[in-house]
Design a protein around this ligand. Structure first.
Ligand code: PMP
Ligand code: GLU
Length: 399
């Protein structure tokens, strides 16, 4: 029987980043020695004290539903954490805990967007933004930036994309996939544009703890009182605490928006997993030395990767300053090929690299970065070394 699917899901593509993770797992299960630089998640285990807190929560019988927005001690801890990180004050009523930034982002768009509303989307961007905007009935309006501009949009470009239908803008710094960190001057200019045109800003700050090489992270909400009132801040524990599988993220913003998102969540998942909430509480309130250690490791890997690429005469589009990604420029290899296969775009490049050298990377097209592939350095130094060697061998064998 052919089932008539809804207009919402017709044409919806599933997350390419997650598909690549699944293909790598399948290949490894078949015994293929794949090195993955595709993963968008830390390769560390969740630190032991956080895991122990989860076990303790189960032992203590914390196994029932909690309030939809999350247990109060966790929202208080998030409030303190944001105060410390960004010097912003949100009361626990202005905070919602959801199943990762993914869920709270989805809810924020559902809460704000009416059919036909336009959302400015600086490209390159994470794969889920355009799809989530479409699911909410909105229209993603891409504002593309090139490697020459550091993969950062110019303020004039953003201004030119504003129409009477523009409702919001999604800002992601440090950025996935480019690793760009928006300079404070650009964040301030964007917030002034938002004020002029009455735009709401959805700020995805999931990589806020992973900033390197002297750059600093500025939350758009911290720019001014006006900016604070027109921004919803999204962040979570997946990246900084190596807790991707626990599914803990949060939103902080105007109470009316948080209340609407909470009502939405009350009819979908309800609260997130209770045990994960206690683990998150421990993560945020215990010593932060594990975050520092993981950040230091990422910093060393970033340096190593940049060095290895230089030695292999391979070039990143920009030198990344945050997150754990780098966009590698593969435009010099377009039109070349091997064994009758021609590399026509970054998708072909990624496919052939996986097939011939067993290195997984994500095609830039998935993010609006055509001609580039994303390398994740959430991988061991040994894997990074071996992967760059294989990529070097691969490109040298192209004719
Ligand atoms: N935003 C960005 C930019 C991401 O790269 C990710 C990675 N999954 C997420 C949000 C979602 O993270 P999570 O749902 O695990 O909090
Ligand atoms: N955000 C990560 C990535 O970009 C994880 C995968 C996903 O959720 O899309 O690879």
């Amino acid at each position: 029987m052919s089932v008539a699917l809804s207009n919402t899901v017709k044409g919806l593509s599933s997350s390419l980043t997650l598909q690549i993770n699944a293909s790598v797992a399948d290949l490894r299960a078949q015994g293929v020695p794949v090195i993955s630089l595709g993963a968008g998640e830390p390769d560390f285990d969740t630190p032991p004290h956080i895991r122990r807190a989860a076990v303790q929560a189960m032992e203590n019988g914390c196994t029932r539903y909690t309030s939809v927005s999350g247990i109060l001690p966790l929202r208080q801890a998030i409030s303190k954490h944001i105060k410390k990180q960004k010097n912003l004050h949100y009361s626990p009523q202005e905070i919602l805990v959801g199943a990762g930034v993914k869920q709270v982002l989805f809810e924020a768009l559902q809460a704000l967007i009416n059919p036909g509303d336009e959302v400015l989307l600086p490209l390159p961007c994470w794969v889920s933004y355009p799809e989530m905007i479409r699911i909410a009935g909105g229209v993603p309006v891409p504002v593309s930036a090139t490697a020459d501009s550091g993969f950062l949009p110019a303020i004039d470009q953003l201004a030119a994309a504003v129409t009477p239908r523009t409702k919001a803008l999604i800002l992601n710094t440090p950025a996935n996939p480019s690793g760009a960190v928006w300079p404070p001057s650009l964040v301030k200019a964007v917030m002034s544009l938002a004020q002029t045109h009455h735009l709401f800003v959805i700020s995805d700050e999931i990589y806020e703890d992973l900033v390197f090489g002297g750059a600093s992270h500025l939350s758009p909400a911290a720019v001014s009182q006006d900016a604070f009132e027109r921004t919803i801040v999204l962040s979570g524990l997946s990246k900084a605490y190596a807790m991707t599988g626990w599914r803990v993220g949060y939103a902080a913003g105007p109470q009316s928006v948080i209340a609407a998102m909470t009502a939405l969540q009350s009819h979908t998942s309800g609260s997130i997993n209770t045990i994960a909430q206690y683990a998150a509480l421990e993560a945020l309130t215990a010593s932060q030395s594990c975050v520092q250690e993981m950040r230091d490791t990422f910093a060393r890997r970033r340096k190593l990767l940049l060095h290895l690429l230089k030695e292999a005469d391979l070039h990143p589009g920009v030198i990344p300053q945050g997150a754990f990604y780098l966009l590698l420029d593969i435009r010099p290899f377009l039109g070349k090929g091997m064994d009758q296969e021609v590399i026509c775009d970054d998708l072909c490049f990624a496919q052939l690299l996986l097939q011939k050298q067993h290195v997984a990377v994500v095609p830039g097209t998935a993010f609006g970065a055509d001609g580039f592939v994303r390398l994740s350095y959430a991988a061991s130094e040994q894997d990074l070394t071996c992967a760059v060697q294989r990529i070097g061998d691969f490109v040298r064998s192209l004719k």
